[in-house]
Write a protein that binds this ligand. Structure first.
Ligand code: ADP
Length: 664
């Protein structure tokens, strides 16, 4: 077995590989970019080497630097994880040429499966059923037009070198073929350096079911059962499970035989995944991923095997000591991918500093796979996946319930995540009944889990009252009058109503609540109804009781932002000042900041302008989309800090405002 292994990756997968190495007594070497100096994978590894700048091309994708680091630190093998260099046949060959072992398949197998056209030709020749279509070498317009007529519409144009859903276009009618081809070729050339495409019949509402295979270098190839990854958004997996709830034992056996045949046809060695779409109960090969897959933990949970351990053993030349008949399925496992992304903005990646990271307790029925920790900056250089939670149970319903509980106790504060979205997807009866297809998530609009915004508002109000009390106490202390009636925060005023107003900006709407202190607690009026709220605990894990119902959540103050995280997800509020003269409250909101890094494409105001709440200040282009930064207060523009074309960081000051609106 190896003595020292270098992990050419980052994030959760690097951490996960390090854990298995540690258990096997193998030393680990982490490589990292300048952005990842403080990253968890670097802290966990026995040794760490800085290999370059934050941009992946200058670090994690630089094969030469990785190999140099492995040699310099005396590693005897390199594990590539997934993504980055994992499916780069030239890199695998260079690793071997440097006298090191690549923990993965032989370069020839990577190459054979690397392009969708060649892979499909090989698979068809080996008798593996493929999605009907055209995967020939002649990719001229005339030939593709003719093939498209033969295949029929709707059809799918795919980049032959593609991955991650890039360079893919659905074509409904013949008239749309030419523009779709042009767009797919452009995207493919930019992303993969090749504009070769294939055509496939577009299967209507299929399922995605993939086979995990494990092959040693001694002629044994095993089928480690399948995963169902039908819940996808934009052709990307969101929730994965094993085994597939769609297949019966006979279908499972058939799939296993086909997958083993596919792997054998390319002389496959190590762990790999053969992906199929199922339509009318029939499997159709789409591609093979010649590496460890993101969703491999669900297979590990139902087989009891550590895939990374077997990858290492096979790479070290060991023969598999068990056969197909020794493998059995144990229960059911489901995994959800937690991303730093904002479902309310079309799933744009969200950036920021993670103030709080709190995971559920890992156990034999719950895996928490992550590479982030509190204090980490989530930027745009890398994949926005923060973690995978994978739950196991004796049956699917139990695994699902455990996953929902686990997501419910997770707290991530500082970036917007898809946790609430995942909760509402998993709560959907169609998901629970497995009545879904690969386009289902896209067609079904998932709203925030019911109750989340209302609960979060109550908690934010409790925190706001606590904040005012803190401020009143501090003022009293400064005035040497800590116990006087003028400092009480219950709203008591001589000859006036005891009502207080709390204003919060929630996404693009303003929430106003009137809070009155009475004998039974706080009366909270949101315009629609009045509820009685007792504040049981008002810092950190805030607890309130609203009309007798207990609501708990974490409230984090982050400059002008108030994050509220409950079991159902997170809500981000922004304080809105009540009066211009209320300097303490108003100061933070007087500054319009960049919501994300981007470029200024329009400056709509000048110093001295009078503005209303909602007036457009600046247009920011980020992630290929325009964002409108608007005034959150009415008043006057004091200073414009940016100019047309400026590149700005997230949180950068754009416009300084003086609030001029009074309100109580
Ligand atoms: P990539 O390599 O870019 O991930 P794949 O070929 O693996 O692309 O396909 C990804 C997803 O796209 C599939 O899981 C499926 O949802 C959808 N898809 C791919 N091919 C077809 C097809 N012929 N018909 C319908 N959907 C497809």
């Amino acid at each position: 077995m190896f003595r020292r292994v270098l992990i050419a990756n980052r994030g959760e997968i690097a951490c996960r590989i390090i854990r298995t190495c540690r258990r096997l007594g193998i030393e680990t070497v982490a490589v990292h970019s300048t952005a990842d100096r403080g990253a968890l994978h670097v802290a966990l590894a026995d040794h760490a080497v800085l290999i370059g700048e934050a941009a992946p091309a200058l670090s994690y994708l630089d094969g030469e630097r990785v190999i140099e680091a492995a040699k310099a630190l005396g590693a005897d093998a390199i594990h590539p994880g997934y993504g980055f260099l994992s499916e780069n046949a030239d890199f695998a060959a260079a690793v071997a040429a440097a006298g090191l072992v690549f923990v993965g398949p032989p370069p020839a197998a990577i190459r054979a499966m690397g392009a969708k056209d060649e892979a499909k030709r090989l698979m068809a020749a080996a008798g593996v059923p493929c999605v009907p279509g055209y995967a020939g070498q002649d990719v001229g317009d005339a030939r593709l037009q003719a093939e498209a007529e033969r295949i029929g519409y709707p059809l799918l144009v795919k980049a032959a070198a593609g991955g991650g859903g890039k360079g893919m276009r659905v074509v409904e009618h013949a008239a749309d073929l030419a523009p779709a081809l042009a767009a797919a070729r452009r995207e493919a050339l930019a992303a993969f350096g090749s504009d070769r495409v294939i055509l496939e019949r577009y299967l209507e509402r299929p399922r995605h079911i993939e086979a995990q295979v494990l092959a040693d270098g001694h002629g044994r190839t095993l089928f480690l059962f399948e995963r169902e990854c039908t819940l996808q958004r934009r052709h990307q997996k969101v929730i994965e499970e094993a085994p597939s709830p769609t297949l019966d034992d006979a279908a499972r056996t058939t799939l296993g035989a086909v997958a083993v045949r596919a792997a054998a046809a390319v002389g496959y060695v190590n762990a790999g995944t053969v992906e199929f779409l199922y339509a009318d109960g029939q499997p159709y090969f789409i591609e093979m991923n010649t590496r460890l897959q993101v969703e491999h933990p669900v297979t590990e949970l139902v087989t009891g095997l550590d895939l990374v351990e077997w990858q290492l053993r096979i790479a070290a030349g060991e023969a598999l000591p068990f056969g197909q008949d020794d493998l059995a399925l144990d229960g059911h496992a489901i995994e959800a991918r937690l991303y730093a992304e904002d479902p309310s903005t079309g799933f744009l990646p969200s950036t920021g500093r993670l103030h709080v990271v709190r995971w559920p307790e890992p156990s034999p029925c719950l895996r928490v796979e992550t590479g982030v920790q509190a204090g980490d900056e989530v930027g745009l250089d890398y994949d926005p996946m923060l973690a995978k939670l994978a739950a196991h149970g004796p049956d699917r319903a139990t695994a699902l319930a455990r996953l929902r509980q686990a997501l419910g106790t997770t707290r991530l504060v500082g970036v917007t995540t898809n946790r609430g979205y995942l909760q509402s997807v998993l709560a959907d009866p169609a998901v629970q009944a497995n009545q879904v297809d690969t386009t289902w998530l896209e067609r079904k609009r998932h709203h925030p889990p019911p109750g989340l915004p209302a609960d979060a508002r109550r908690l934010a109000v409790a925190d706001r009252l606590a904040e005012r009390a803190e401020r009143a106490a501090a003022l009293a202390e400064a005035a040497g009058d800590a116990h006087g009636p003028w400092q009480a925060i219950d709203g008591f005023r001589l000859g006036r109503s005891a009502a207080q107003l709390v204003r919060l900006a929630e996404a693009d709407r303003l929430v106003e609540l009137t809070v009155t202190h009475g004998p039974a607690g706080w009366q909270v009026d949101d315009g629609d109804r009045t509820q009685v709220m007792q504040v049981l605990k008002s810092t950190g894990d805030t607890r309130v009781e609203v009309d007798g119902r207990r609501i708990t959540g974490l409230v984090v103050r982050d400059g002008p932002l108030r994050w509220v995280a409950t079991a159902r997800g997170e809500v981000r509020f922004r304080r809105v000042p009540l009066m211009a003269s209320d300097a303490d409250e108003g100061a933070a909101e007087g500054t319009a900041r960049a919501p994300m890094p981007g470029r200024i494409v329009e400056v709509a105001v000048a110093a001295g302008d009078t503005i209303e709440r909602g007036t457009l200040l600046v247009k920011l282009e980020a992630m290929k989309m325009e964002h409108h930064v608007v005034a959150e207060v009415a008043g006057r523009v004091c200073h414009v800090a940016v100019g047309l074309g400026d590149q700005v960081a997230a949180g950068a000051t754009l416009v300084e405002l003086a609030a001029g609106e009074g309100a109580t």
